[in-house]
Write a protein that binds this ligand. Structure first.
Ligand code: 9G3
Length: 569
């Protein structure tokens, strides 16, 4: 490709609203442009990288007998009524009417459509197992799109769905996808971890997220410093290693605690440490009040509350709800003497507390000398807090550390949630109708592109791994007025192309400095410059990742590049 024709306008300055490297570089290097908030156009360089990533995905999916198909982006709302999800997602689910007034959604995912296709197309166990996938645009009307394509409203996803007659079959498909994902992200040059995740609203049991390690990642990974344990912070577990607290000592006693609402104010005011204070948070879980307790130096994990009650409808109570149920303001609520209608769940660490302090459900009043192991007879004790760095790893090996991650993949065991809702059955070997057992597996293709840049860039620009680079080589002529350099450039352009390289030939009438800057910004693995020594048939070869530069005789260039290109990541 001759660069003078390439539509990849570069920007010298970073746009104001781009505050992470991948967003800045995708705009500056002309890979994409914003068409509307959270909606992007991929320009040729960006589209080429998407295509490279998609090719890797297809190869790995096909290697696991995945069959590629393509479903519509627009979906009849009736299918979402059948699955019961039409009202679950609120404004994030893009809805529209056709000219006849019929209801449609713009697909954020395709469980409903794929299940309806299999319902109408598969009937015998002999057709199972099956794995169907597509690479297609998704729509989720994010309230606050940001970070470029990392959190956009339209994005490209590979979504796969597996269909099995047995649970073992699902486990097998799940493991095949888990393996395919590991290959895909490794081939894209990504440093990633597969972490245990929360199945959230879509139900099902096992689920893993594939996280690319990055400080700008929105997700926090809790991993063990001495084992392979790694989980999304949302669900990272805590073993119940606590010794039960005392049941002796004087009864709990009320004390006046004016202007002591927060943990630190109570700690200051009563000269106790946060781990001697019981933190109480009122939740409304499926409409019912639940009082959650944890130690003052811990935090309640609302996802764990949801998993404990097997629901996603978990809201923190409003001030009014707190006053209605507990007759006090949030800073003074506690577990003692609450009415039957309020369920009390306490983190394991609370049971180990002795001589604790807690709110007394009266403004400006607390209890002291509380023995949770004695005074909370109706409480349920469970793991309901966020893990913290330094906590013991749940597998008993080492302690927890945190890392930030970008979720680029997510694999789920769905079970029969959709096949039952939509009536997708198969006849087993005894001719009995059974619901098909499903799994679903997503990769954010556009998010993967951005994640690659997050992990592969420097202050001069992108440093593409060769597996996904938009071109293999960058060929430059340096002095626009020097005929010999141009002739050599043209000759090498032909030779390298016929050697099988995808060459971006910078034949523009620009100064060398401009060409070098653009080459560093575009980030192709190798740069070949026809410069001062072109008349001696010598060119300069630079490795973008390491910066190392070598002068090479053109007669040795083919085998030199062959070897050098192999060493490129
Ligand atoms: C919606 C909206 C947003 C959503 C969903 C539905 C996330 C939704 C979960 C999944 C699960 C898997 C197949 C590929 C892998 C992920 N956000 N999810 O179901 F209506 Cl607005 O998409 N789907």
């Amino acid at each position: 490709m001759r660069q003078q024709w390439l539509f990849a306008p570069t920007l010298r300055d970073v746009p104001a609203d781009a505050d992470i490297a991948s967003h800045q570089l995708m705009l500056r290097a002309g890979l994409m442009r914003q068409t509307a908030a959270g909606i992007y156009s991929y320009l040729p360089l960006g589209a080429r990288v998407l295509e490279k990533i998609e090719t890797i995905v297809r190869e790995e999916m096909n290697a696991k007998e995945g069959q590629e198909l393509l479903m519509p982006a627009i979906q009849p709302a009736e299918l979402w009524e059948e699955s019961g999800r039409l009202e679950d997602y609120g404004p994030e689910l893009v809805r529209l009417n056709d000219r006849h007034g019929r209801d449609f959604v713009l697909g954020p995912t395709h469980e409903e459509v794929i299940t309806s296709l299999v319902r109408d197309g598969v009937s015998s166990y002999k057709k199972l197992p099956m794995n169907l996938y597509q690479i297609q645009t998704k729509y989720r009307d994010e309230r606050r799109p940001r970070f470029g394509v990392l959190r956009s409203r339209e994005f490209i996803m590979k979504d796969a769905y597996s269909f099995d007659a047995t649970k073992d079959g699902l486990d097998e498909n799940y493991n095949k996808m888990y393996e395919a994902y590991s290959h895909i992200f490794s081939r894209c040059g990504l440093d990633f971890r597969a972490v245990v995740a929360d199945s959230g609203a879509i139900g099902g049991t096992d689920t893993h997220e594939f996280m690319v390690l990055s400080d700008i990642g929105e997700d926090t990974i809790a991993y063990s410093d001495s084992s392979s344990y790694a989980a999304n912070l949302e669900i990272a577990e805590l073993p119940d290693l606590y010794e039960a607290g005392s049941t002796e000592g004087p009864a709990a006693e009320k004390i006046q605690t004016p202007n002591m609402k927060t943990i630190s104010e109570v700690s200051e005011g009563l000269s106790v440490t946060p781990d001697q204070i019981i933190k109480s948070v009122l939740f409304i879980v499926e409409g019912k009040p639940v009082l959650a307790l944890c130690r003052g130096d811990h935090d309640i994990n609302d996802v764990k509350i949801g998993n404990l009650f097997k629901t996603v409808q978990v809201e923190t109570a409003t001030e009014e709800e707190v006053r209605t149920y507990l007759a006090a303001s949030a800073g003074y609520i506690g577990p003692l003497g609450v009415s039957e209608e309020i369920e009390v769940v306490a983190d394991y660490a609370v049971r180990a507390m002795t001589d604790a302090v807690c709110g007394a459900n009266e403004d400006e009043t607390h209890y002291k000398q509380v023995q949770p192991n004695r005074d909370l007879p109706s409480a349920t004790f469970a793991d309901i807090r966020f893990v913290q760095e330094g906590d013991p790893s749940p597998d008993g090996k080492g302690v927890i550390q945190f890392a930030k991650g970008i979720e680029v993949g997510h694999v789920f065991k769905l079970g029969t949630k959709y096949s039952e809702a939509l009536g997708a059955q198969f006849l087993d070997e005894n001719g009995k109708a059974q619901p098909i057992i499903m799994g679903c597996y997503g990769i954010g293709i556009s998010r993967t592109l951005a994640a690659v840049i997050e992990q592969h860039h420097d202050e001069d620009g992108i440093i593409w791994p060769k597996s996904v680079a938009p071109f293999d080589l960058h060929l430059l002529t340096l002095n626009p007025k020097n005929e010999e350099q141009f002739e050599l450039g043209e000759q090498l352009y032909k030779e390298l192309t016929s050697q099988g390289y995808d060459v971006l030939f910078d034949d523009r009438k620009e100064r060398a400095g401009v060409k070098f800057k653009d080459a560093d910004l575009y980030g192709l693995p190798l740069r070949i410059a026809c410069g001062k020594r072109a008349n001696e048939n010598i060119v300069e070869v630079k490795v973008r990742r390491t910066g190392e530069v070598e002068e090479v005789d053109v007669s040795e260039l083919p085998q030199y590049l062959e070897k050098l290109y192999q060493t490129c990541m």
